[in-house]
Design a protein around this ligand. Structure first.
Ligand SMILES: Cc1cc2nc3c(=O)[nH]c(=O)nc-3n(C[C@H](O)[C@H](O)[C@H](O)COP(=O)(O)OP(=O)(O)OC[C@H]3O[C@@H](n4cnc5c(N)ncnc54)[C@H](O)[C@@H]3O)c2cc1C
Length: 313
């Protein structure tokens, strides 16, 4: 039997879908008994959302002022203490999980497994390497707790309809004072969140400027889509860093992905290869993006995109 502890990701108000994807991954383990732990200062609503996820046995809440903000340095010692008796500790391969799980692994004295794409056995997993161009099978020692991040683009969110019991837990460990929350800065937007949007329109260096990138915003708004960019577009300053998709940006899996003025470098493609339908607009017919596109248009984006906006509008 596998006893799995999943660390809930949330923003203090809403449970992030990445948690439901971790449950879907945990469900692939043999005979999985799945608990979710919610760290917060007042996590009742988040715990209630977690309790609805199918196959979850229990939701544990650890409410204390120290847990108000998701600080890896503060959560990790509490998770390490809670991990006793669990065979697996899982978190999402998002910024939250990638920050937190290595600390948990270090405290437990085990190696972390990154980016689980599929479960092959209770200690055997598939994960991507070299920007997703190679998939390796890795095996963790059977006698150790498996601490791992789950590649959220590889899993659909677990269905809900459950009503798992919620239990308050008290963990008494010394918390470090060297890391403090100062402030959170994030861009407010009414547009769909890039990470979870069903449709995403992304632009690359082919746009040429911040002003021209407005075309991407217009098309995205016409479609009700999230907006992404390549690293080249971000490095050129057309759009902010949080829009970057790829190996060193977001890994996304929308139903529809439209790549405009994007060449299709492997480091970019690794961030979108789980997308449903991929559409590419590029003036170079040999651009690698066309190798993975379901629908491709060879042409100048400055002609094609306004036409598309008109047609859709
Ligand atoms: C370690 C490492 C990590 C990286 N991580 C990432 C990452 O996370 N995400 C990422 O995106 N990249 C990443 N990169 C960079 C990656 O290798 C590419 O350089 C980058 O993705 C290229 O971006 P681009 O397609 O916008 O630009 P280019 O490769 O310059 O492509 C621009 C495209 O626009 C087309 N174009 C130009 N004008 C027009 C027009 N008028 N109409 C239609 N098409 C036009 C061109 O034909 C071309 O194909 C990483 C690189 C390294 C080394």
């Amino acid at each position: 039997m596998s006893k799995v502890l999943i660390i809930a990701e949330h923003d203090g108000v809403v449970l992030n879908q990445s948690t439901a994807k971790c449950v879907a991954c945990a469900a692939e383990l043999d005979d999985a008994d799945i608990d979710i732990v919610v760290f917060s200062d007042s996590g009742a609503d988040i715990a209630a959302a977690a309790a609805k996820l199918d196959l979850v046995s229990r939701v544990l809440t650890i409410d204390k002022p120290d847990n108000k903000h998701a600080l890896a340095a503060v959560f990790a010692p509490q998770i390490a203490a809670l991990a006793e008796g669990y065979s697996h500790v899982l978190g999402p391969s998002t910024t939250f999980g990638k920050d937190l799980l290595p600390r948990v692994a270090a405290l437990l004295g085990v190696n972390q497994i990154s980016d689980i794409m599929s479960v092959e056995g209770n200690h055997t997993f598939k994960r991507p390497i070299y920007a997703g161009s190679v998939v390796v099978t890795v095996e963790a020692p059977a006698e150790q707790t498996v601490v791992a991040t789950v590649r959220t683009a590889s899993y659909r969110a677990q269905s809900s309809g459950n009503s798992a019991p919620i239990e308050a837990v008290n963990i008494d460990v010394d918390l470090p004072g060297h890391t403090r929350f100062i402030e959170l800065r994030s861009a407010a937007s009414d547009r769909p969140d890039l990470q979870s949007a069903a449709k995403v329109v992304a632009g690359g260096r082919g746009l040429g400027s911040t002003e021209n990138f407005e075309l991407i915003f217009k098309l995205a708004d016409t479609l009700g889509a999230g907006i992404g960019a390549t690293r080249a577009a971000v490095d050129a300053g057309y759009v902010p860093n949080e829009m970057q998709i790829g190996q060193t940006g977001r890994i996304i899996a929308p139903a529809l992905y439209i790549a405009i003025g994007i060449s299709g470098a492997i480091q970019h493609v690794t961030g979108i290869k789980d997308a449903g339908t991929i559409v590419a607009i590029n003036k170079d017919e040999d651009a690698p993006i066309f190798e993975i596109a379901d629908i491709g248009l060879v042409g100048d984006l400055f002609d094609a995109v306004p036409e598309l906006i008109d047609a859709l509008g």
